[in-house]
Design a protein around this ligand. Structure first.
Ligand code: FPP
Length: 249
């Protein structure tokens, strides 16, 4: 039986972020080339996105391509870019059907023109959808976005539109590429690696972390439900004590 019935509808995480890892290892286990793993990974993206939309998640952020991934062999980078274009072309009708709005975070100016244009077209087409916000991190890394934010804040101080004393948490948040997106409640990483890999470092300050040994191509909708159920059993204290939380509720 599906674990879906065990999810408490009143405590659905508003924002789930996922480090999709293990495509290459999955392919190797089957004796296949790495790209087969990425292709199978797209099927998982499709299934998890549909399930997230269906249960009422507001934001799903997927780490699709990091700044560091540009250092992979050129053939793999080119094939991944082509896969992204192909996926967007094929999946846009599904996004429309499920009322999903596509957003991206990251340095999309680094993407090849064809890839960038495909994303911009899909972002435009889905812009009035009101269900799940699917946020794809593309050419993204936290340190990159923190450097960009720092430069823009420094420029505003320099030209007199901001005073140093006015810089606070909101200033930093508003200058990151995730501006307007709530911080993740739950961060999932697949494939057994216990790392954050330069992903949403500012934004996950109070996120619950969930690691699974499942490789991304074998991560199922039931695995997503299991992560949500695990999250729902945790006490989020945000630095307070359990006793304080009980008094407040
Ligand atoms: C990590 O596996 C995965 C990636 C770097 C790319 C993720 C891309 C996809 C799932 C396909 C496209 C996605 C979308 C959103 C359409 P890895 O290659 O690092 O695996 P390994 O650690 O086993 O080598």
């Amino acid at each position: 039986m599906s674990k879906k019935n065990e999810i408490v509808k009143e405590r659905i995480p508003r924002h789930i972020a996922i480090i999709m890892d293990g495509n290459g290892r999955w392919a190797k286990k089957q004796g296949l080339a790495r790209m087969f793993g990425h292709k199978q990974g797209v099927t998982t993206v499709h299934n998890i996105t549909e399930a997230a939309a269906e249960i009422g998640i507001e934001y799903l952020t997927l780490y699709a391509f990091s700044t560091e991934n540009w250092n992979r062999p050129k053939e793999e980078v080119d094939a991944l870019m082509a896969l992204l274009v192909d996926t967007i072309a094929k999946e846009t009708p599904t996004l429309m059907k499920n009322n999903v709005r596509l957003l991206t975070i990251g340095d999309i100016n680094r993407l090849p023109q064809a890839t960038r244009e495909k994303f911009l077209g899909c972002i435009e087409q889905t812009s009035t959808n009101t269900g799940l916000n699917l946020v794809l991190a593309l050419s993204y890394s936290s340190r990159w976005e923190m450097i960009e934010a720092t430069k823009r804040i420094a420029a505003e101080v320099q030209n007199g539109t901001m005073s140093i004393d006015d810089i606070n948490e909101a200033t930093i948040s508003n200058h990151l590429t995730t501006n307007g997106i709530p911080d993740p409640d739950l961060l999932i990483r697949t494939s057994g690696e216990l790392r954050i890999s330069n992903f949403l470092l500012w934004q996950i300050a109070y996120s619950e972390l969930y690691f699974t040994d499942k490789l991304w191509p074998e991560f199922t909708v039931d695995d997503l439900y299991e992560a949500i159920i695990d999250y729902q059993h945790r006490e989020r204290r945000f630095g307070k004590t359990s006793e304080q939380l009980k008094v407040e509720s």
